[in-house]
Design a protein around this ligand. Structure first.
Ligand code: GTQ
Length: 372
């Protein structure tokens, strides 16, 4: 006889109801919901077309001016699967992406926050991001760091609209109840270093002035990571360097540690040659992807996400994925992720998909705004 049968059904019901009223719970029923066999999450994949995002961002150019009407002019990506829980600005449960527009002559004032941020330049030139008083000029394909709690501001000195992506660990910091924000007391932080200083210092070789202190481990001594360097290195890679799941892939690093460029946000550029397709795997970390160049698709948990230049898509945690280049030119996929956090917490784990020669069966094709 099971022990619980010593009580009548009515007594048992009373016991469980009483427990609930006291805000207590029976682990013998609920352990499997807490300590799950595999990651459980409610982050669904999604894809946004560049032409849609661009049109909405450009329209905001008529509606408001950064520094006057708003801190920043940004149209952010809202994952529809997370807004149900009121999670505003969530692309994944940890990561945020927004598309920032600066019109010629405009600037966005200096501030700092406990979120880490990265920028990835989509369109335009002759705008800079200044980090702690050092200007880094931004060109298409460049990645710029604004590490957590560094003072940063943006200014556009060029003649055409300037678009870039902001990537921040909004969800992570919110979940950890660790968000702090502070505007700088003036519009601009004092410019202290020569322009592009850290990028020049570390661009081919690595140097410091005799009396300059050694680069600290944190934050990275480099703020601007140039696309032409990434492209050069990807082009030097040989077939032996191909990662079965990510193709030709390069991670951006902090040269002082050899670890990720930002200590919490991982950044990666992948190249896929014409016809190249990768095998499926899944990992604990989640990512947001931006298609810098090319056409193709990514299969995520059996759903096909077709993309072209400029598009963005969400890779949820623990979801099988594989990438295909269907065009005749090289594909460049930029992505940022929460892998550094998962690794620091010793939570990162990945699993190869072994069935069907490593390729998923495609069960459906995603159409933006209908498959929510
Ligand atoms: O440019 O500093 O998209 O603080 C969101 C928050 C951009 C920025 C965003 C920010 C910024």
């Amino acid at each position: 006889m099971a022990k619980q049968e010593v009580l009548t059904q009515e007594e048992l019901d009373q016991y469980y109801e009483g427990m609930k009223k006291e805000h207590l719970g029976p682990l013998w029923y609920d352990l499997g919901h807490m300590v799950t066999k595999e990651p459980v999450h409610d982050v669904k994949p999604y894809l946004w077309k560049w032409e849609t995002i661009r049109a909405y961002a450009l329209k905001a150019g008529d509606l408001l001016e950064p520094g006057k009407d708003a801190e920043r002019r940004v149209v952010y990506l809202q994952n529809p699967s997370l807004i149900e829980r009121g999670l505003i600005g969530y692309g994944t449960h940890t990561l945020y992406a927004g598309i920032q527009l600066l019109m010629p002559g405009e600037s966005a004032p200096s501030h700092h926050h406990s979120q880490s941020a990265i920028r990835f330049v989509i369109e335009g030139e002759q705008a800079y991001t200044a980090v702690n008083g050092e200007k880094t000029y931004m060109e298409r394909g460049d990645m710029i760091l604004t590490p957590a709690w560094t003072w940063h501001e943006h200014k556009h000195e060029g003649t055409e609209p300037m678009f870039w992506m902001d990537g921040l660990d909004v969800g992570l910091v919110r979940t950890l109840a660790a968000s702090f924000f502070e505007p700088y007391e003036e519009e601009s932080y004092p410019m202290e270093a020569p322009e592009n200083y850290s990028t020049q210092q570390f661009s081919m070789g690595a140097f410091k002035k005799l009396n300059e202190p050694a680069a600290p481990d944190y934050p990275s001594p480099i703020f601007g990571y140039k696309f032409n360097r990434v492209k050069y290195l990807l082009d030097q890679m040989t077939e032996g360097d191909i990662d079965p799941f990510d193709g030709y892939a390069i991670e951006y690093i902090n040269p002082a540690t050899g670890g990720p460029a930002d200590s919490r946000i991982g950044t990666m550029m992948q190249k896929l040659t014409s016809g190249q397709y990768t095998k499926a795997h899944r990992h604990v970390h989640s990512a947001i992807y931006h298609v810098l160049e090319g056409t193709g698709y990514t299969v995520i948990d059996g759903q096909k996400f077709e993309w072209e230049k400029g598009d963005f898509f969400i890779l949820p945690p623990w979801s099988r994925h594989e990438h295909v280049n269907t065009g005749s030119d090289d594909v460049y996929l930029f992505s940022f992720n929460d892998k550094p956090v998962m690794e620091k917490l010793e939570l990162e784990f990945s699993e190869e998909y072994k069935e069907n020669d490593g390729h998923q069966r495609i069960e459906s094709t995603f159409v933006p705004n209908t498959d929510v």
